[in-house]
Design a protein around this ligand. Structure first.
Ligand SMILES: Cc1ncc(C[n+]2csc(CCOP(=O)(O)OP(=O)(O)O)c2C)c(N)n1
Length: 411
């Protein structure tokens, strides 16, 4: 008989299942303004405490406090609020369009709008983002990106810039610094590091920004990316969006239990921050800090954005089967739009009336874009790219066997 008790396998579980209330005590929150802001040339050692804390700027009263409060003028904040509202309205309309069978599939970023929008405000033209399918805010925050073009991709119609070859939401827009989204999780994370390395090899000044979800950090590409970013001091921002869920799996089973995803970066020799992802000001400040580090050749920064996936994973998912229905209402970091709105009202640069008016304007703008996109066809009415285009772009020049296959199809 062994003197030891029988071993037991530990399988992490979320604290809340349907019909229960999640205990968000696991989140390790810091009060707004409480976390220090080191100089941009800091070493990874010196970010160890930051990787377990939480950088926050907006307090419960909507005031901007502490060393991370960015010096952003009210006009920029208003633009940020507008871009977040636009993203939410865009998502809501496309969700309905999917239900109406005008597109085959959709993924919202409900509750995560601040991360992509504020981050994009901290980048420069020419920088390249390597997003997942949940960073549509990077595109919608830009004035030079047409919603019509995005919708045509979603509807896989004749104007779809990707010619109907990709699942909806897998946008690709090089000129907007938005690398082609791929369905294979985490692959873009290593590509972002490689792009940053190439920029350094070329002696360029542009930086890369890679994106990944909490669940996808369990992929080996995540670890490869961190190793290469550290070894070559690549000018890259490594963004981990911890929205607590990977479809039905809680972040604990991806490795988040009793530790943080930011702490992974420190272990790999990378300066790392853990930041309130629902705080527009904190997202902007941390993104600008990381961008400055990269541009000044101080190397990569990993940022864990703590947020909550408020909507279903996708239009193919029903979260009521695995988590409490009121989880988002109870999530302690709240709603990014409500928080920036309260801040702007507090500093006298916004009002309820302006908010309602802006909402109406944006709804009209998104509806008009949808109307125009639908003129080029939806999934319902068959105006899709010619089947002949299916064989193009596989190789730069079409090889003989693809020509034959195209002829066999008679198109
Ligand atoms: C290599 C690979 N494995 C599995 C999937 C299926 N899949 C698509 S999304 C997803 C969950 C990803 O969760 P997370 O990384 O946390 O991002 P989130 O969806 O929460 O934004 C999974 C498992 C996939 N697309 N690719």
């Amino acid at each position: 008989m062994s003197e030891y008790p029988p071993l037991r396998l530990h399988v992490p579980e979320p604290t809340g299942r349907p019909g229960q209330a999640t205990d968000f005590g696991y989140l390790r929150l810091s009060p707004a303004g409480a976390v220090r802001r080191p100089a941009v040339d800091t070493s990874h050692f010196d970010t160890q405490d930051l990787s377990y804390a939480l950088v926050r700027v907006l307090d419960d009263e909507g005031q901007a406090v502490g060393p991370w409060a960015p010096q952003l003028d009210a006009a920029t904040l208003e633009r940020g609020l507008r871009a977040m509202m636009k993203t939410r309205i865009f998502d809501a309309r496309m969700l309905i369009a999917q239900r109406q069978k005008k597109l085959s599939f959709y993924m919202q970023c409900l509750g995560e709008e601040a991360i992509a929008v504020a981050h994009s405000f901290a980048l420069e033209n020419g920088d390249m983002c390597f997003p997942t399918y949940r960073q549509q805010g990077l595109l919608l925050a830009r004035d030079d990106v047409s919603m019509v073009e995005m919708m045509c991709q979603l509807m896989s119609n004749v104007r779809d810039p990707l010619k109907g070859r990709q699942l909806p939401v897998m946008y690709s827009m090089k000129r907007a610094g938005f690398f082609s989204v791929s369905g294979n999780l985490a692959t873009q994370f290593t590509q972002a590091v490689g792009w940053g390395m190439a920029s350094a090899i070329a002696g360029d000044t542009r930086i890369a920004s890679g994106w990944i979800g909490d669940g996808s950090t369990a992929e080996s590409d995540f670890h490869t990316a961190l190793t290469f970013a550290h070894v070559y001091r690549a000018p890259v921002i490594l963004n981990v969006v911890n929205n607590q869920w990977a479809i039905s799996t809680f972040q604990a089973i991806a490795g988040g239990e009793t530790t943080t995803f930011a702490a992974r970066g420190v272990g790999c020799g990378i300066a790392s921050l853990r930041v309130d992802g629902n705080d527009f000001l904190a997202v902007h400040a941390a993104s600008a800090w990381a961008a400055e580090r990269a541009r000044r050749n101080f190397g990569p920064t990993l940022i864990e954005w703590v947020t909550y996936r408020a909507g279903p994973h996708s239009t193919s998912d029903d979260p009521s089967k695995y988590r409490p229905a009121d989880d988002w209402q109870r999530f302690p970091l709240g709603d990014p739009i409500a928080r920036l709105k309260a801040h702007l009202i507090g500093i006298g640069h916004w009002s309820e009336a302006q908010h309602e008016q802006t909402k109406r304007e944006l709804e009209a703008e998104v509806a008009a874009a949808q109307k125009e996109a639908e003129r080029h066809g939806t999934l319902l009415d068959g105006q899709i790219p010619s089947a002949a285009t299916m064989f193009e772009g596989v190789y730069e020049d079409m090889p003989a066997h693809l020509r034959r296959q195209r002829q066999q199809l008679g198109v």
